[in-house]
Ligand binder design. Sequence first.
Ligand code: GAF
Length: 384
Amino acid sequence: MTPIDADLRQRVTTAFEKHFGTNAAHVIRAPGRVNLIGEHTDYNDGFVLPCAIGPSTMVAIGGRSDEQVHVVATDFGDATDMFDLKDIRSSEQGWANYVRGMLDAVQKAGFQLQGANIAIAGNIPKGAGLSSSASLEVAVGQAMLALCETDIDRTRLAQIAQAAECDFVGTKCGIMDQLISAQGKAGHALLIDCRSLGLTDAPVPADLAIMIVHSGVTRGLVEGHYNERRRQCEAAAKAMGVSALRDADMEMLNAAGLDLVTHNRARHVIGENRRTVEAAAALEKGDLQRLGILMAESHQSMRDDFEITVPAIDRLVDVLQNAIGTEGGARMTGGGFGGACVALMPVSRVSDVRAAVERGYQTPDGKTAEIMVETAGPGVSLID
Ligand code: GAF
């Protein structure tokens, strides 16, 4: 366990003991993720290339003799929640809906649950586009099933977590975030086929650094924009007579006569699927030049065709790309409208690139950006 994980474990178990007066039965860790390339392709049945990262959410859980669930969230000032497993409704506290939604979805998937006490602690920066919510869903689901001594296939767990987010929280997300949090593999990114849910290992070379830089623009209340993009993609697929944009190509798109905005949204997805599959091959070959070109094209497409970047993010990507040069690249990562950028480069270049970001980029409130250098880590696991 890393020292940071040990701190988080200490925080979550201490909160559990303080709040519930006993020791937890289990502690579960589910990681955040960074997507190397393949944005807004998952809900179009396409390809994504994420890896799990070090920052995570931990859940400590213990049983109760009734059918209630009592929750304490250390990252929200020890806010609490309480509900009955037989009657789960939406809460006014945003964070609580991920817990309620997940347990509702687990039950709807046919699993029998028991009452529980739950403490939550996380260290994934919120609003950074690094999947703090998916990791919470996966951790809560896995913790509850561990408490109930019930095994679950990890892909199934991810599907249930996705259903919780779509049906209970209301963001019509794809499967990427939940699946990589559940299935992540140390030292690897995963090329995920979001139609078959097939996972192909994409080893991350030991001398390749994964840098994540938070723009300081917090993603918040973006469900509306996100769901709108999804509707536009579905409309484009329908107009071309295919079940998802995964099955469309540029020839079909050019013949479809779509309005400009819908055309551009579809063009992003068609190009991004091709780039993602190519990037996985380039990563495997250690071809950093090609990776850099693909990442630059991906960013440009998110900026101009999918229109999900913001000016601060574009400036940050510019600084990163100039500092990195041709060996590696940078792009916005995640759903968009703020959050973080991902940059790939030889490990030997990290300190120069870090210095360039510190010199050349300020967050909108005038601060230095938070920079993380991550290695690809494992998916959800039982810590205790
Ligand atoms: C968010 C969603 F949750 C994912 O499913 C994915 O669509 C991503 O945005 C964009 O690639 O993280």
